[in-house]
Design a protein around this ligand. Structure first.
Ligand SMILES: Cc1ncc(COP(=O)(O)O)c(C=O)c1O
Length: 395
């Protein structure tokens, strides 16, 4: 008899990208012995997922369950995460004279952002491996997503966020039943705050790239692009970068997709977009460094980009460089102008992080780094409805 609860996940082990040391994928893990994020590895030779056969699959990221780490559907709370639209944005195309421009609209995810992808997978895996209390320091959206999946599975979520995060995020976390702390400072301070519970009470650390499976949820954006573009990939992807999980995840997905025969060796140019008020990756990219220094006095209305130090900095920089892409900072005024421009020409009330990608596109068109005939995807990573204070520039 076939067991219908089995996902047939091909997960085999975890690997440190710095030393190649391997780790057990079926016990709770955080960083590698040298403090690097762990990457999930699969027995890709056994993959039976064919892109052409997926049309009847679930309308969520669970259509790729074989290439995700969960062993049993009993561990999954499917709130409809992933399989978001790739929109041809006709009026924005006409305005920019870019006939092959798209917006990947992540705002339709549960809790209104792409963070749902990572947390859907990471919370399911933590549940499967027996964790009971999960903790995260967040810029906002990751906290909401953790709170939602913890609520759906009956786990405890401990969320800490900067006290000046737009109020919609704290309201949402409270309503979802999370234990919420508002802390002075930035996401780095919020992460430091939950470390006490992690050390002393055994909470499991769910911070960006400090556990291996949020990355796996985020990588599904790469799989979706290949499916939605019928086996091709864009020429350029503009991604608003804080901790960089989505960019690193898509880059990983491209390698996996090549191994399973979905795509060839051509890759999109990956563009990491940051705010001039917090641009550690851009600075490291411009200075030719492999790691980024801590950014001092980080400030931006795009709160998801207010990440002064990213633990996966070397993975972001590696993907950007190998892809032939770039890293670019845009000003707060540019973000605000692009916010109204993208919304009023697409019908999408995007998050300011998403608006930043349009601001960057303007600059890269002007410099000639992007051609108007290229196939370009802007990532709108979340809903602007949570950032009302930022729209009115009240904070
Ligand atoms: C809406 C939004 N966009 C982008 C980001 C940055 O994402 P990442 O940490 O994957 O770089 C965040 C992170 O909080 C976010 O909430």
């Amino acid at each position: 008899m076939t067991d219908t609860t089995r996902t047939n996940s091909l997960l085999t082990h975890l690997e440190c990208p710095k030393t190649s040391e391997t780790f057990d994928a079926d016990s709770l893990q955080n960083l590698s012995r040298v403090g690097a994020p762990l990457l999930a590895r699969y027995d890709l030779d056994k993959c039976t997922l064919r892109r052409e056969d997926l049309s009847g699959g679930p309308s969520s990221l669970w259509r790729y369950a074989q290439l995700l780490p969960i062993r049993s559907y009993d561990s999954v709370a499917d709130l409809g995460e992933g399989w978001t639209p790739l929109l041809p944005v006709e009026r924005l195309r006409a305005r920019l004279n870019m006939p092959h421009l798209y917006v990947k609209d992540e705002s339709v995810n549960p809790t209104g952002s792409f963070k749902a992808r990572g947390m859907a997978v990471a919370v399911a895996k933590a549940y499967e491996l027996g964790a009971k209390e999960l903790a995260v320091g967040t810029a906002g959206n990751a906290g909401s997503a953790l709170a939602a999946y913890a609520a759906a599975l009956g786990l405890v979520a401990h969320v800490a966020m900067p006290d000046d995060t737009p109020r919609a995020f704290s309201a949402e976390c409270q309503a979802l039943g999370a234990d919420l702390a508002l802390v002075k400072g930035l996401i780095t301070d919020a992460n430091a705050h939950v470390q006490i519970g992690i050390r002393e009470r055994g909470w499991f650390d769910m911070a960006t790239l400090r556990e291996p499976y949020r990355l796996e949820g985020k990588k599904t954006m790469g799989y979706e692009l290949a499916e939605q573009l019928n086996g091709e990939l864009p020429d350029v992807i503009l991604y608003p970068t804080g901790g960089g999980t989505g960019l690193i995840g898509m880059w990983k997905a491209f390698d996996e997709m090549e191994r399973i025969g979905w795509i060839g060796n051509k890759r999109p140019r990956m563009v990491s977009v940051q705010s001039a008020g917090c641009a550690p990756i851009v600075k490291a990219y411009e200075e030719g460094n492999d790691h980024a220094e801590m950014w001092q006095n980080a400030a931006t209305s795009a709160s998801g980009l207010r990440v002064p130090r990213a633990i996966g900095d070397f993975l972001i920089l590696d993907a950007v460089r190998k892809s032939g892409g770039t890293a670019i900072a845009v000003t707060e005024d540019q973000i605000h102008a692009a916010w109204g421009e993208i919304a009023s020409h697409t019908g999408l009330m995007v998050a300011p992080e998403g608006a930043a990608t349009l601001a960057a596109l303007h600059d890269l068109l002007a410099s000639g780094d992007i051609g108007r005939n290229e196939r370009v995807v802007l990532f709108n990573t979340g809903s602007g409805l949570k950032y009302i204070e930022a729209w009115y520039r009240e904070s």
